[in-house]
Design a protein around this ligand. Sequence first.
Ligand code: ATP
Ligand code: MG
Length: 546
Amino acid sequence: MEVIEAKNFIEDIINEELSEGKVTEVHTRFPPEPNGYLHIGHAKSLCLNFGTAKKYGGKCNLFFDDTNPSKEKTEFVDAIKADIEWLGFKWFEMHYASDFFEDIYNLAVKLIKEGKAYVCDLTADQIRESRGTLTQPGVESPFRNRSVEENLALFEGMKEGKFADGEKVLRAKIDMASPNMNMRDPVIYRVLKATHHRTGDKWCIYPMYDFAHPLCDSMQGVTHSLCTLEFEDHRPLYNWVVENTGVEHKPRQIEFARLNIANTVMSKRYLKKLVEDGTVSGWDDPRMPTLTGLRARGIPAEALKNFCEAVGVAKANSEIENGYLEHFVRDYLNTNAERAMAVIDPIKVVIENYEGDGEYIDFDTKPQQENSPKRKIAFSKEIYISAEDFSDNPPPKFFRLKPEGYVRLKNAYIIKCERVEYADNGAIKQLICSYLPESRSGNDTSGIKVKGTIQWVDGKESEDVTVKKYDYLLNDPQYPGQDFSERFNQNSLTVVSGKAEKYLCEVEEGTSFQLLRIGYYKKGSENGKTVLHEITSLKDTYKPAK
Ligand code: ATP
Ligand code: MG
């Protein structure tokens, strides 16, 4: 196989193995535990596993690590598959650890027969206490030297449900004095009388992650088992399992740094709490860092992948600034999203010198392209503008609309504010304006120069919409290490009213737009009414580190 230029240390390793003939293909897997929804950190693992396989013309499996039945559900399996499909990755094969339970059990029996595993009656606490410390060796279990026959009988008994949860475990017989704590006779099987989401009540013993994972990798033909750094200390155990069970295919574990993003929680426990106590509307709340949340938010899958690519793969943990993803989102939407118009906190504008029923004007829907496509937009005597685009008490250099002032309506005419009409409570009721018929965009002969251009919507061909703006879920910590639960940003959702072009209300849900002068938004709906969800603001606050 051809050696390709490496872009990270994992590819360096692969290239070396390929050139030495140690491997002839690249086969990875993405190994989620179906106990929750995928988050942005998983996107990095997905991009790495699928990306590496693709680069080398290899394969990537989807592998559900379902060895912990008390927390796993089919709901999560389905959600995980949907998220991966959204990102556009296609797995080669899909497997569950539970598909291999029989084989894993047989390999445990094999270890027992070879005197490499034993049934231990110590409690979880006793096992922990006898493990020793980093400076002190552990103490051998009094059950360590049970005979092979006794171990086989007891392990069989565990499988048959003769023992209660925690009463007995199977441990690998390795080395209680190993400098690596993971090698001090780790537990490899436990009794757990829980119903498994796939195997039901067939099993009441389950293999531990450290035992099951290398075996499942091997049985699937995985060559490179990529995992996060906290498993580095588990690698000797991974290799021990591969060597001592004698499996034919020998995978290799390589660790990389997790993705950490400032002010972003990826702890499933905290995210679950937010969902369960109703702080957010669900796993797919647009503020959530879950993939389903990002999708609901309107983050394009392409932008997320570009972000993961740019973050890269490293051996040391670091934290990414939280504006960095949005940088890629803007970049993508700026090129791909259509422009449209909406106004916030609408103010009615009556153009008193406008005659007739109205007209249609050309609106550039993709001015970022050389030959922008155009859409016809209605313009008539009554239009709406955003409240913030008018001031009856303007500060200096206010170039939007003010009494006696002029402003250009995007793609349409220049208008002048003649009078302001107030309601009894002092609020602005409407603006009475005039327009310059000869100032139409593209054919302006008015000779009047205006400094401001604002967006607007037509009174007849627009609809009321709800506009939802989002901010980060978490505030900055007030002191280092402040708990997430104290940092929830109460202002992370703002709901305002607006009016949008009729087109926006009729277009397919999920379509993203750049709303002129407002931001990037995704079209949604609630109770039959259009809702515009903020994806990200127009301005890039991200400054690359110097
Ligand atoms: P938990 O928080 O429950 O331990 P997890 O985040 O490890 O879960 P898994 O479902 O076990 O979730 O993860 C699947 C894969 O995604 C693993 O290979 C894991 O290492 C990787 N992964 C999880 N979080 C991140 C992250 N923040 N950055 C990169 N990879 C991650
Ligand atoms: Mg995990």
